[in-house]
Write a protein that binds this ligand. Sequence first.
Ligand code: C2E
Ligand code: MG
Ligand code: MG
Ligand code: MG
Length: 281
Amino acid sequence: AAKADGRRTRRLFEPAMDAALQSRRALECDLRAAIAAEALEVYYQPLVATGDLAVTGCEALLRWRHPERGFVSPGAFIPVAEETGLIAPLGEWVLRQACREAAGWPGAVRVAVNLSPAQFRTPDLVGTVARALAESGLAPSRLELEITEQVMLEESIANVAVLHRLRALGVRIAIDDFGTGYASLSYLQAFPFDKIKIDRSFTAALGREATAGAIVQAVIGLGASLGITTLAEGVETKAQLAALRRSGCGEVQGFLFSRPVPAAEIRRLVAAAAMPWMAAA
Ligand code: C2E
Ligand code: MG
Ligand code: MG
Ligand code: MG
């Protein structure tokens, strides 16, 4: 009976696998075409100082508007790009685009670019970053590279060397989605970070779960004692902003201030003396 069940399970399972594989291949194919046709776009979301709500920087976020599928979320296509190696040209394109765009912003405003763990496996990540800076004329101190804990788990020795070389260029390194991966606190000591981005799941739980507040408080304290800026992701309410201010969190990012917007719109936002959301916050 067990054998028959096994066979039946397999028969039911395989068509589903095929379908998943096929839709993945279709996505890969469309993604290749989109890259070739430059149909992808970089949006930007402001990073805001908690004290005076000044825009300190903007995070570059990829957007793909597919002619038939509509808007495809990066959560769906970044993993495909990673598996197929497309992330290397795509990541480089975002980097160059973001540096060029940020070179036109007011001098103190930084740009944050996400780096995939797969980009650390490309032969010359440091050279790619250096070229993007040189080409755009952007001061290295205005570029912040966001990496996830995954980068530290994989080939840590090699990656720690790459991070040091990136920092030697003068760029800043931020650790993204902090608290969601498997990295231990000792990584904070081994890797050269300038900023910790507290994952939005903690921000969302602020005021709802006492432990979220305690964790956020602890990370901010840790950051302060290491001389690292802490930023809370996913701030959607004034109550969350107030709680983060009380905790001494340095920067915030979230829909309360702005959704990710196209380049032309962020240009207006970073240039404006008074932010539209200032009155509301
Ligand atoms: P991430 O780097 O943690 O980016 C922040 C994500 O949170 C963005 O999602 C942003 O739209 C979303 N977000 C910001 N504020 C709020 C808020 O108040 N509430 C909620 N619910 N969400 C908020 P997005 O743009 O869908 O990107 C998802 C992830 O895809 C990013 O997470 C990043 O890991 C990856 N990604 C996006 N663009 C790139 C890229 O150019 N390269 C690489 N390697 N990864 C990218
Ligand atoms: Mg990020
Ligand atoms: Mg993040
Ligand atoms: Mg996140």
